[in-house]
Design a protein around this ligand. Structure first.
Ligand code: GLC
Length: 556
């Protein structure tokens, strides 16, 4: 039964949105559900253009929240929806409370969520809204039928993209999206402004290559979830997408279709040996390209980009599926590789020296299963397993269905190593001793089995859950969520856990880390209603099937 919802955002030149909430949840055919917008059909009545960043308006909380809603669908902005007793779980209710406390307002409108609400520690930059951190928050709000904050966030970050960005005297590309932003309040003038960080303030001056990709992915999630195509169709959004694409599709000296990056350019935002062609960025790149293809209008400019995207997707999927993929057969092949091969007939194209294979990988590789390795470049294969890249590979269908199944097989058979007591390892294994010294530059935050170096991050739960649902293995997600549930609330939602099995709250982990909270909620909601998966998943494009299959261990 469709119901009408009126989101009145009247003052401040805001918008008034009429929401038509259709209940389509009985559909059990997942593949059909994935291909159409969910629940909300938003009809725009007035545009939501806002004043310049420098115009001062005092923050007024709550004024967009007084809308009418249909009973049973959700219970208002301040509580989670009531459905199937879902919110009766005490951890879920607490998580929603904590998530709402993390909301950040700009001139009376919610525009994001703070990275961590931990007052016990020095703030550093955890008082900012990070683009990547906001993604699970956004998904939680979309799943709960609250799209306005997501729309505000998309539009605000888009405005920040157009800023002139400089590090010392060097100007960054026009399309770069910020890593994070914060609202500055001048109490004397009662005046609010936004300030953004594009890497020029970040520790180590790392560039957020992932931000632009997450932005496009989120825009598609918003569009898919609400059915409101008008946001993505706005000229400024189309331009934003094109600017992001210009950055990553530009021609250069590259011999590979993968994207060359500096260290620390993604979730792992410190020196961790993820420079070159890190899997996290390649998977997000692939996913963002696919989302952009869906969102771009077929006008003159749009068409040109679509053509470039198609070519790149083709090359990228071939490269990733062939050279980043590792399973027992492929590992054995590398182990027996000849080196110093020249010309087109070379099998060992990147001249990987078999002696560079680390000992642990032989034990780690199960008979059934496989994964995309961390990095591939000349004579350098980083064999570490990274969670985010592998999950995004499944969700974007960068992984073939067989590869997706193999990734899940590996997670199941290496449960102790990858999940242990707290889901989920950001990467496996940790690096130590001499390798730690040369790879991290002796980083005291990234000691073995801590933080980015083999630490366990609850935020990754939502990605695991989505990957589980997509591959038809929700029981794996259920097991992981139950594990997390035993500790997260009691431990005050840490940012990460330390130790080989994730037994300890992380050495310098923030408490009330928002993406730990939101990641848990998204995982719960997705498991409860698998049709939410459509927001973050794209089905395989049959035309992109690899021409050759280098290995077939999943048929063992
Ligand atoms: C840390 C994480 C980064 C995250 C930020 C804010 O720097 O490495 O991924 O975005 O904290 O939570």
């Amino acid at each position: 039964m469709p119901s009408n919802l009126n989101l009145g955002v009247s003052q401040n030149g805001g918008s008034s949105v009429n929401v038509n909430a259709g209940m389509e949840l009985e559909d059990s055919d997942l593949s059909r559900v994935l291909d159409r917008p969910r629940h909300l059909n938003i009809e725009r009545q007035r545009s939501c253009q806002q004043g310049e960043v420098s115009i001062g308006i005092s923050p007024r909380r709550g004024d967009i929240f007084d809308y009418v809603f249909s009973p049973g669908r959700r219970s208002g902005f301040n509580t989670p929806r009531v459905e199937n007793g879902f919110d009766t779980h005490p951890v879920v209710a607490e998580a929603w409370e904590a998530l709402r406390r993390s909301l950040v307002y700009f001139r009376g409108q919610p525009v994001g969520t703070i990275a961590a609400l931990d007052n016990s520690e020095e703030n550093l930059n955890y008082d900012q809204v990070f683009v990547r951190d906001f993604v699970p928050s956004a998904l939680a709000f979309l799943m709960n039928g609250e799209p306005e904050i997501v729309k505000n966030f998309i539009l605000k970050t888009l405005r920040l993209q157009s800023w002139e960005k400089k590090i010392d005297r060097f100007q960054l590309g026009e399309g770069v999206m910020p890593a994070s932003f914060k609202v500055l309040h001048d109490p004397v003038r009662n005046y609010e402004t936004l300030i953004a960080d594009f890497g020029e303030s970040a520790i180590g001056r790392v560039a957020p290559v992932d931000s632009g990709f997450w932005w496009v992915i989120l825009l598609r999630a918003y569009t898919k979830s609400t059915g409101d195509t008008s946001l993505a169709e706005r000229p400024e959004c189309q331009k934003g997408i094109r600017l992001i694409l210009s950055l990553c599709l530009s021609e250069g000296f590259d011999t590979f279709p993968t994207l060359l990056c500096a260290d620390g350019c993604c979730m792992i935002d410190r020196r961790m040996g993820v420079y070159g062609y890190p899997i996290e960025i390649q998977a997000l790149f692939f996913m963002a390209l696919r989302c952009a293809m869906i969102l771009l209008k077929q006008d003159m400019e749009g068409k040109e980009f679509v053509e470039r995207i198609v070519k790149r997707l083709h090359a990228l999927s071939y490269h990733m599926r062939s050279y980043f993929w590792l399973d027992l057969k492929q590992l054995n092949d590398i182990y027996r590789y000849k080196t110093e091969e020249y010309s087109h007939t070379a099998v060992n194209k990147f001249n990987v020296i078999p002696d560079s294979l680390p000992d642990w990988v032989f034990d780690f590789m199960p008979t059934r299963g496989g994964y995309f390795v961390g990095n591939v470049s000349p004579a350098r294969m980083d064999f570490r397993w990274f969670c985010l890249g592998n999950c995004i590979a499944i969700l974007s269908s960068l992984a073939t269905p067989e590869q997706s199944t193999a990734i899940m097989d590996l997670i199941e058979s290496r449960w102790e190593e990858l999940v242990g007591e707290m889901p989920l390892k950001v990467c496996y294994p940790a690096i130590d001793n001499h390798e730690w010294r040369i790879t991290t530059g002796c980083d005291p935050k990234n000691t073995r089995w801590s933080y980015h170096n083999g630490g366990s991050w609850p935020v990754l739960l939502w990605l695991l859950t989505a990957a589980c649902i997509k591959t038809g293995r929700p029981q794996i997600a259920r097991r992981a969520i139950e594990l997390a549930e035993t500790r997260l609330l009691g431990d005050n939602w840490p940012e990460y856990y330390d130790g080989k099995s994730g037994h300890y709250i992380g050495k310098q982990a923030r408490k009330f880390q928002t993406w730990s909270i939101a990641g848990y909620l998204v995982a719960k909601m997705m498991l409860e209603d698998p049709s939410h998966l459509g927001m973050v998943s794209i089905e395989e494009d049959k035309q992109m099937k690899p021409l050759i299959k280098r290995s077939n261990s999943w048929t063992f």
